[in-house]
Design a protein around this ligand. Structure first.
Ligand SMILES: Cc1ncc(COP(=O)(O)O)c(C=O)c1O
Length: 382
């Protein structure tokens, strides 16, 4: 099956008892055993047909995946992945990641003896120099949150393979539609399904796909052991969202490109960051690695923080909120919102300027989105 067909059909067998076209969410905490110890499903934390349906759908659209494992959140998925490591192991991580990922690595797991080193993965040689005998996992997002840096998965996989460590890629911004990390050499690909995959800002979820059955088994075991399971209803919602992923992304990308081009000609904007722009420093790599560029645009304004805050509060169509990837357009001010947990030194080291605003372009009419920004910028300067 091709990808658009899989999005609709995979993990969607009609329910055999009633022949309802849509399988229901299996809201159950346990299963009646055929005889003691004989049961396809044992317990609701361990497994559920709604988990399996969503996993089948994600695995079907993820090139080269043998399977996928769903979790309570993207953060839960990261947690399960870290549990593949042992005390004394090290993670080598790109220096621009979602701040919550950094929080888990540095604040939750350093106390258990897992050390993380952050280095800009665009400089492969410098990055590789930071691998030690204890490095067991290389971790990078691409595109990154919120700088939209592109990390070269193929190059990172060469480094990982030569040092016999796992390569994990957080592909939340690209989704399986716009990028295929496993095909490029990653061992694990992680999604916050909260974002584009669910797509409607009404659910939290996470998933990891892999081309290695052993890793999948280990992750499923950890999901149960650590209680990182999602709710069956959330899986059902995410699967409903997934069916329109491909068409939604087309519109997200079109709108984002128009917005980025408009920002390029706006005198209040110092720098526009969108991987689909020819002016984007890694445009060639983005074009080679991605099928399209998704809906995230970052812009660095020539405005002080107070005016940026006024701008954000003057928007009518865009909503100022954390998260991204939903059908409605959202703005995030990393300096005070998603990256505010970082120390000032960390923020400066991660190159996030005070003037940066991150735009999660929705699927509304782009003319309305641009007009709203134009009006709010006028108010901000009054
Ligand atoms: C790139 C990226 N990865 C992972 C996460 C964590 O996902 P969740 O919020 O579903 O736990 C986020 C959340 O914003 C994210 O942006």
């Amino acid at each position: 099956m091709k990808r658009n067909t899989s999005l609709i059909q995979a993990g969607q067998k009609f329910e055999p008892t009633s022949r309802a076209i849509i399988p229901p969410p299996y809201l159950t905490s346990t299963y009646v055993q055929e005889s003691p110890g004989v049961s396809r499903y044992e317990y609701g934390r361990t497994d559920n047909p709604s988990f399996r349906n969503l996993e089948a759908a994600i695995a079907a659209i993820e090139k080269d995946a043998v399977d996928s494992v769903v979790f309570s959140s993207g953060t839960g998925a990261i947690n399960a992945m870290i549990h593949l490591l042992e005390q004394g192991d090290e993670i080598l991580c790109d220096n621009n990641t979602y701040s919550g990922t950094r929080r888990i690595f540095s604040e939750c797991y350093s106390q258990f003896g897992i050390k993380t080193t952050y280095v800009d993965a665009r400089d492969f040689q410098d990055f590789a120099r930071n691998i030690t005998d204890r490095t067991k996992l290389i971790w990078a997002e691409t595109p990154t949150n919120p700088l939209l840096k592109i990390n070269d998965i193929r190059e990172l996989s060469k480094i990982a393979k030569s040092k016999k460590c796992l390569l994990g890629i957080d592909s939340t911004f690209a989704t399986p539609i716009n990028q295929s990390p496993l095909t490029l050499g990653a061992d694990l690909v992680l999604y916050s399904t909260t974002k584009y995959m669910a797509g409607h800002s009404d659910v939290i979820g996470g998933a990891i796909s892999s081309n290695d059955e052993e890793l999948i088994k280990k992750l499923r075991w950890r999901r149960n052991a650590l209680g990182l399971n999602p709710s069956p209803f959330d899986c059902w919602l995410i699967q409903r969202g997934l069916k329109t992923l491909s068409v939604r992304l087309q519109r997200h990308s079109e709108n984002a490109m128009k917005l980025a081009q408009w920002f390029e000609s706006n005198p209040l904007v110092d720098r526009v960051i969108y991987p689909g722009l020819k002016s984007f420093p890694q445009y060639e790599l983005a074009k080679e690695q991605m099928n399209d560029f998704s809906g995230m645009v970052s812009a660095v304004f020539k405005l002080p923080s107070e005016k940026i805050q006024r701008f954000l509060m003057s928007l009518q169509v865009w909503q100022c909120a954390e998260s991204l990837g939903g059908v409605e357009s959202l703005v995030d001010y990393p300096w005070l919102m998603t990256q505010s947990g970082l120390s000032e030194v960390e923020r400066i080291a991660s190159e996030i300027p005070e003037g940066m605003v991150r735009f999660s372009t929705g699927i509304e009419d782009v003319e309305d989105l641009i007009l709203d920004i134009e009006s709010a910028l006028t108010v901000a300067q009054e």
